[in-house]
Design a protein around this ligand. Structure first.
Ligand code: F0G
Length: 457
């Protein structure tokens, strides 16, 4: 008999979690103004809000914490981290930051000006926020097929070369860089192929536009290249990652994802001018250039995490768990962005709650229903997160309205996935009874989803 698949790790430390009653959850959600970001973590049974900073560190990472060097400048832990990043990416200059958005803040402070145009394959919300808050424009040039949730494509996160060419042509001299996000979180954790990375970079470089890779989930992207793209089957994840980075000019990193740590980020590049420019912003915003917002011990743990998570078995365990949840949803007929992404399943809320108009936020409503059903916290990646257009102040209803079931690394078992799928099925089975959604009662001018307040209609 062929042996079944199992995790490539075993569990050394556990944290109890608790179920609640429906009555408790109704009260808690009311108090949280129907925004799951406002819940207390103890009010959640299975937390799929994000895979960011929520993973479990390994014994090797914890032991690296003990040897962290906390020197203000020139810490050994910084050089351990820098050497690891250089080995994995080929980039010589490394600036640590406290998380991914801080890396964006430092780099964009140097490069983005009012009126700049920054194309990319579906900028993450903080990335878009850092562009728009500088009165610049973020233009999404993801392949249009990504918007058809039922279409199965191996690299649905790809950049449309045609759209990119048009933007570069129309904005000559005004594009400081292109943001290439791997995997493409916003369209469902979908990967970008090596061919597309190569061709996008070649096109941008032809127009003299540098490429910044938003690398939060670069290792998961490399896994998909290895398992889906011809010619990469026999290459290691580390070889593939190195090739991905070889085509771009710079990377910003949220280490809270594929770095397997709870907090951290960095910028890495071979461009000396950018390094010099970033240093000027790193020091006042983040901290001195050999710690930039990170503890020495956290840099030490990150160096180990980056190494661990660029090994095939680690990624195979993780991505198979996401695919396991997807199979369950297939059994129950629940529509999601196909195929399953690297870090999450994105349920197509528009198709599930099809009686609820866009103006009443179907994905946010489904997020609330799933919490009420079983204490599962998912996250809306839809019309609320899309924010208002900064120029017209109209809601942006043009994109997808998804509920993200985002799976932390090395935290939950497949039994938890069974509970998530069953809870979602229960909501799905009574979807026709859900005919009204939510109305916003309070919202921030930018990145409103974190603090938005809503009432049930
Ligand atoms: N880029 C991408 C693709 C991301 O997914 C994130 C964060 C960031 C940048 C910003 O990094 O959180 O360290 O400041 N994504 C998290 C998420 C928050 O839930 O998807 P950060």
């Amino acid at each position: 008999m062929e042996l079944p698949f199992a995790e490539s790790w075993k569990i050394k430390m556990v944290e109890p979690i608790r179920k609640s009653t429906r009555e408790e959850r109704e009260q808690w959600l009311r108090e949280a103004k129907n925004n799951v970001f406002m819940l207390r973590a103890e009010q959640v049974y299975i937390d799929l809000l994000t895979d960011s900073g929520t993973g479990a560190m390994s014994d090797r990472q914890w032991s690296a914490m003990m040897t962290g060097d906390e020197s203000y400048s020139g810490a050994r832990s910084f050089f351990e981290l820098k050497d690891t990043i250089t080995r994995l990416t080929g980039f010589q200059y490394v600036i640590p930051t406290h998380q991914g958005r801080a890396a964006e803040n430092v780099l964009f402070s140097y490069l983005v000006r009012k009126g700049s145009v920054v194309p990319g394959n579906a900028h993450f919300d903080t990335t878009k926020g850092h562009i728009e808050s500088r009165r610049a424009k973020a233009i999404d040039v993801t392949v249009p097929e990504a918007r058809d949730t039922q279409r199965e494509l191996p690299f649905k996160g790809n950049v449309s070369l045609e759209l990119t060419k048009k933007v570069l042509e129309e904005n000559k001299g005004n594009v400081p860089f292109f943001v290439l996000t791997v995997t493409n979180n916003t369209v469902g954790g979908q990967p970008v192929s090596m061919q597309n990375i190569r061709e996008t970079s070649a096109l941008c470089h032809k127009y003299g536009v540098p490429v910044v890779m938003d690398s939060a989930r670069f290792a998961e992207n490399a896994y998909f290249i290895k398992t889906r793209e011809a010619g990469y089957q026999d290459k290691t994840i580390k070889e593939i990652a190195r090739e991905m980075f070889s085509y771009v000019d710079c990377m910003t990193m949220s280490s809270k994802k594929d770095g397997l740590v709870n907090m951290g980020g960095f910028i890495a590049t071979n461009r000396e001018d950018w390094y010099e420019g970033c240093k000027l912003y790193c020091i006042p915003y983040e901290g001195f250039i050999t710690y930039g917002g990170m503890n020495g011990r956290d840099m030490a743990a990150l160096a180990v995490g980056l190494d661990e998570n660029t090994e095939f078995d680690m990624l195979d365990t993780r991505i198979r768990q996401v695919q396991y949840l997807a199979q369950k949803l297939d059994e129950y007929g629940i529509p999601y962005q196909r195929p399953a992404g690297g870090h999450a399943i994105f349920v197509d809320a528009d198709r599930v709650l099809d009686r609820i108009p866009k103006e009443e936020f179907p994905a946010q409503t489904l997020t609330c229903e799933l919490y009420l059903e079983a204490g599962i916290r998912a996250c809306e990646i839809g019309y609320i997160l899309a924010d208002r257009d900064p120029f017209t102040r109209e809601n942006r209803f043009g994109g997808l309205d998804l509920v993200r079931l985002c799976i932390p690394r090395r935290v939950y078992t497949d039994n938890h996935m069974n509970v998530v799928a069953a809870a979602l099925k229960n909501v799905y089975d009574r979807r026709h009874e859900i005919s009204r959604g939510l109305r916003i009662t309070k919202e921030a001018p930018l990145m409103r989803h974190f603090t938005v307040e809503l009432e049930r209609l």
